[in-house]
Design a protein around this ligand. Structure first.
Ligand SMILES: Nc1ncnc2c1ncn2[C@@H]1O[C@H](COP(=O)(O)OP(=O)(O)OP(=O)(O)O)[C@@H](O)[C@H]1O
Length: 285
């Protein structure tokens, strides 16, 4: 489905990503970790179509990903990306309208009724059916992210891109949204790419975990080399030693970048990989 053929990305003199080669099949849930600034969001933007590789090919079903976002790809960001001046229901209807051709994006007649019906169904699915007339500032963080998820899914994308969507949520709320995302992933046969700073979350949600890191370093010119995918792990088959090594590699890189506070989690707090029982429980519900 998605193919990365020697993908490189730079901004001016800064090499962000280099030599990415991989394939992802329909229905996979790829989680991506790596130190701050190593290019994870840039990679998501290339999948979305708002950035292009500098070199190499990024293909969807054998064709270059178009230069602009399309209804086949939905995205949710960490910062709530909902329209503050619109009600919950109108936020989702607007996301539907924006995918339509034409400069106005306005919906009329049957198209408007259809969008409203789809939005109502989806809002019920994400548990926001009681907040249709509320405005985003009246919602909690978890509710806003549920709204952003509904917006991302209204056009029935095949690919869902999640850029640290749960980073700002409290643990309890985060667990609820995890459950929802796993259910939506399964129900809609989505292919998911999710950036996270939380290795534990990456192992918990993904079927596959990518670690982005720099293989080459030039201490005098930090932008000289880009990051590549240094680990591509089938989740559940990773032993504890490898897990701890990845965690310490990322933490070392974060220290190097003076950003150690990005990884506050203690090793002892982390759930060991290879135990997917909780996720399996959710999926089987
Ligand atoms: N539009 C842009 N123009 C120039 N440089 C950019 C642009 N977008 C990103 N960068 C640079 O590319 C590098 C990678 O940024 P990116 O946001 O992809 O990293 P990240 O791994 O997602 O970081 P974080 O985990 O902190 O969100 C950074 O050095 C950033 O400053």
């Amino acid at each position: 489905m998605i193919e990365l053929n020697n993908v490189w990305k730079s901004y001016g003199d800064t090499q962000v990503l280099e030599g990415l080669n991989n394939t992802v099949s329909e229905g996979e849930f790829v989680t991506m970790v790596g130190s701050s600034g190593c290019g994870k969001s840039t990679f998501l933007k290339m999948l979305l179509g708002t950035e292009k590789p500098t070199r190499g090919q990024l293909l969807l079903d054998g064709k270059t990903i178009p230069d602009e976002p399309g209804p086949d790809r939905g995205i949710v960001f960490q910062q709530y990306s909902v329209f503050p001046h619109m009600s919950v229901l109108d936020n989702v209807i607007a996301a539907c309208a924006m995918s339509r051709p034409g400069i106005t994006g306005l919906l009329f007649g049957a198209a408007k009724r259809d969008a409203r019906k789809k939005a109502l169904e989806l809002l019920e699915r994400v548990g926001l059916q009681h907040t249709l007339d509320k405005y985003p500032h009246m919602l909690s963080g978890g509710m806003k992210q549920r709204l952003a998820i509904a917006q991302a899914l209204i056009n029935r994308p095949r690919i869902l891109l999640l850029d640290e969507p749960f980073g700002a949520l409290d643990p309890g709320i985060r667990a609820d949204v995890h459950k929802l995302v796993l259910q939506l992933w399964r129900e809609n046969a989505l292919t998911v790419f999710m950036v996270t700073h939380d290795l534990q979350e990456g192992f918990y949600l993904g079927t596959r975990l990518w670690v982005f890191d720099k293989v080459r370093q030039d201490p005098h010119a930090p932008g000289r080399y880009g990051a590549s995918i240094t680990y591509d792990l089938p989740v559940g088959k990773t032993d504890g030693d490898l897990y701890r090594k990845i965690e310490s590699d990322i933490a070392e890189e974060a220290i190097r970048l003076d950003a150690v506070d990005m990884f506050p989690t203690e090793i002892s707090d982390l759930k060991k990989p290879g135990t997917k029982s909780k996720k399996q429980e959710l999926i089987n519900e």
